[in-house]
Ligand binder design. Structure first.
Ligand code: SAM
Length: 195
C-alpha cells in the first residue's frame, strides 16, 4: 500500500501564488519577486513550473550512482513525473518521496511503484513542490527549469542537513559549485553536497 496523500492546499490569504511555507501575510520585495517569477497560477493544478519531460532511465541510474544512493538514504524528487527516480532509489534500498502537482503523474507513479514491488519504500504526494518540506531528505533530485532551480537554492541550503546531496538533470543552480558535473548524450548531470 503506497502512502499516498492527495492534497492541494491553496493559501487563500496569499492567493494562488502564495504557496511557500512560512511566508508571512505581509508581502516584501522578495515575495513579490517570487510570485512574479512563478506567475499568477503558481501552485494550482493549472500551472506547471516545468513540463513532464522524463529523465531517461540510464541517466536516472547514473544520477543515483553519482550520489551513491542506497539503504539509509531518504530521497525526495521535486516534480517526480512518473516516479522513475523514486522507484530506482527504492530498488537500491532507499526510502523515497515523489511530489508532483499533476494528479495524472502521481497515479502513474503509484501504478509503477506497485508494478516494481517497492510500495513499502516509497510514497507519492500530489502537491506543489514549493510546499514540500525538505528536512527529512538526505538526497533531493531536480529536473525543472533554470529559474525554478534558482528559486529553490536558498531553501535547499537552509532545510537540508550538511552532507545532504542535491542532484540535477540538465540545469545548474546559480552560484552553486558542483561536486560532480557530467555530460552524457548531450545532457548534463550535477551533484552538489550541502555544506
Ligand atoms: C521535467 S519533469 C521531471 C520528472 C522526473 N523528476 C524525472 O526526472 O523523470 C518535471 C515534473 O515536475 C512537475 N511539476 C511542475 N511544476 C510543479 C510544481 N509546482 N509542483 C510539483 N510538481 C511540479 C511536472 O508535472 C513534471 O512531472
Amino acid at each position: 500500500m503506497i502512502g499516498s496523500t492527495v492534497s492541494m492546499d491553496f493559501d487563500k490569504k496569499q492567493g494562488m501564488a502564495g504557496v511557500r511555507p512560512g511566508m508571512s501575510g505581509a508581502e516584501n520585495a522578495g515575495d513579490r519577486a517570487f510570485k512574479a517569477l512563478r506567475g499568477p497560477w503558481a501552485g494550482t493544478p493549472y500551472h506547471l513550473d516545468a513540463p513532464f519531460w522524463p529523465t531517461p532511465e540510464p541517466l536516472v541510474e547514473r544520477m543515483l550512482d553519482l550520489a551513491e544512493v542506497g539503504p539509509g538514504d531518504h530521497l525526495i524528487d521535486l516534480g517526480c513525473g512518473d516516479g522513475r527516480i523514486v522507484i530506482a532509489a527504492a530498488r537500491r534500498g532507499a526510502t523515497a518521496l515523489g511530489v508532483d502537482i499533476d494528479a495524472e503523474r502521481i497515479a502513474e507513479a503509484e501504478a509503477a511503484a506497485h508494478a516494481a514491488g517497492v510500495e513499502q519504500l516509497v510514497s507519492f504526494r500530489c502537491e506543489d513542490l514549493f510546499a514540500t518540506r525538505l528536512e527529512a531528505a538526505s538526497v533531493v533530485t531536480l529536473y525543472l527549469i533554470p529559474h525554478i532551480h534558482g528559486l529553490l537554492g536558498a531553501r535547499l541550503k537552509t532545510e537540508l542537513a550538511p552532507g545532504s546531496r542535491v542532484l540535477s538533470h540538465a540545469f545548474a543552480i546559480r552560484d552553486w559549485t558542483p561536486r560532480a558535473h557530467e555530460t552524457i548524450d548531450q545532457r548534463e548531470l550535477f551533484l552538489w553536497v550541502v555544506d
